[in-house]
Design a protein around this ligand. Structure first.
Ligand code: ATP
Ligand code: MG
Length: 360
């Protein structure tokens, strides 16, 4: 009997509480069918009701409580009516990303059959790539300052910090992923014609990494034309590696070209498994639709599939479970039931049940 992998479940706020049960439903169906040794534990914190009662988003010993888990399933956090978004976000999700060194933010971008595409004339298969975003360093720092404030010499300086270790581990992940796919193609998001120090350095790091992967093509593209091509020529992309800021922008643009935010999943990975990795939908807590049970649970369910693939190193029954969930999603999008964001009238659990049934 193999050791059970442990999953911590934190549903969060708003529609996080509506989509999480559907993620669990599908997870249980997949675990049963593929005989995956898993156990789950639910935690009732990292949400804004907890903040209202305790003045913080999480208990002081949150890290010790989660440290031994293999993965964290997260719904969505944020309830701006009671807690400002920066407080809820910095008090939970961003702590996980940083303290658990989840340096890869992975977002698959794929157009499913049956989803209206905002790009004219695109068919399923035309959009199928991954954005691999650096999640812990880069442009997002608090280094810098404002000088001569209020005078006519007022100036501001904001630093970006990249480390060789940080660049190499991001690039290695991107090249490994590309090598496992049929196109075997990495696009580096760069701007070495304008940002004169850090971006030429990134180009060099990527060229050096490419030497280790003779079967993978490296294509360096400036971020301006790259964003245009996400819209005009999405078929050019396979794996897109990007710094924190560029990746942030690309990983919203990419999913936006494939229909609804209700489908887009993400993984925050610590590939070495020194810490648990975290899997969550791209969307937020959506206070505007919370309480009606009309949130699309597919982003959550697809995040569950990403988690299983990661837990099994992309192999064996775990990979089969991932593929089966994505197939069941694809089939359900086409045949229904569909939530209102996909033009249907179904409720959140209808979609979760349908996907679980395809899997059973
Ligand atoms: P965040 O601040 O967490 O990045 P946000 O608050 O800006 O996100 P969301 O909560 O993702 O934004 O909501 C953006 C819009 O998308 C809202 O109109 C919301 O109703 C809609 N939406 C988000 N998730 C879903 C979903 N799963 N199904 C249907 N509609 C959704
Ligand atoms: Mg929000």
């Amino acid at each position: 009997m193999s050791k059970k992998l442990r999953i911590a479940v934190l549903a969060g706020d708003g529609i996080g509480k509506e989509v999480m049960p559907e993620g669990i439903r599908v997870l249980e169906a997949a675990a049963k069918r593929f005989d995956l040794p898993l156990e789950m534990q639910h935690f009732d914190w990292a949400h804004c009701d907890y903040f209202a009662a305790h003045g913080q988003m999480m208990p002081d010993d949150w890290k010790a409580q989660l440290q031994g888990f293999d993965a964290i399933l997260f719904g969505a956090v944020g309830w701006p009516a009671t807690v400002p978004d920066h407080v809820s976000l910095w008090g939970s999700l961003l702590k996980f990303r940083r303290e658990f060194d989840q340096y890869i933010n992975l977002r698959p971008v794929r157009l499913f059959d049956g989803v209206p595409c905002p790009l004219a004339g695109r068919k399923p298969g035309d959009i199928d790539y991954y954005v691999v975003r650096e999640n812990t360093e880069g442009e997002y720092t608090a280094l810098g300052g404002i000088m001569f404030e209020g005078t006519d010499r007022e100036m501001v300086l904001q630093e970006a910090v990249f480390t060789r270790k940080g660049a190499d581990r991001l690039l290695k992940f991107a090249f490994d992923l590309a090598q496992s796919r049929s196109k075997k193609h990495v696009t580096l998001a760069t701007k070495s014609n304008g940002i004169a120090i850090s971006m030429p350095w990134w180009d060099k790091c990527a060229e050096a990494m490419a030497q280790n992967y003779p079967d993978v093509v490296l294509d360096k593209q400036h971020i301006d034309i790259l964003t245009a091509r996400f819209v005009l020529q999405p078929g050019r992309f396979d794996v897109v590696a990007a710094t924190n800021l560029f990746g942030d922008i690309l990983s919203d643009l990419g999913p936006a070209t494939t229909g609804t935010i209700g489908l887009a999943p993400s993984a925050n990975l610590n590939p070495e498994r020194n810490f648990p990795s975290l899997f969550e939908p791209v969307h937020g807590s959506a206070p505007d639709i919370y309480g009606q049970n009309i949130a699309n649970p597919i982003a959550m369910i697809w995040s569950v599939a990403l988690m299983l693939d990661f837990l099994g190193n992309g192999q064996g029954a775990w990979r089969s479970a991932h593929d089966a969930i994505v197939d069941a999603i694809s089939q359900t999008i086409l045949s229904g039931p569909r939530t209102p964001d996909l033009g249907g009238q179904a409720k959140t659990p209808d979609v979760g049940k349908a996907i679980a049934q395809v899997l059973a």
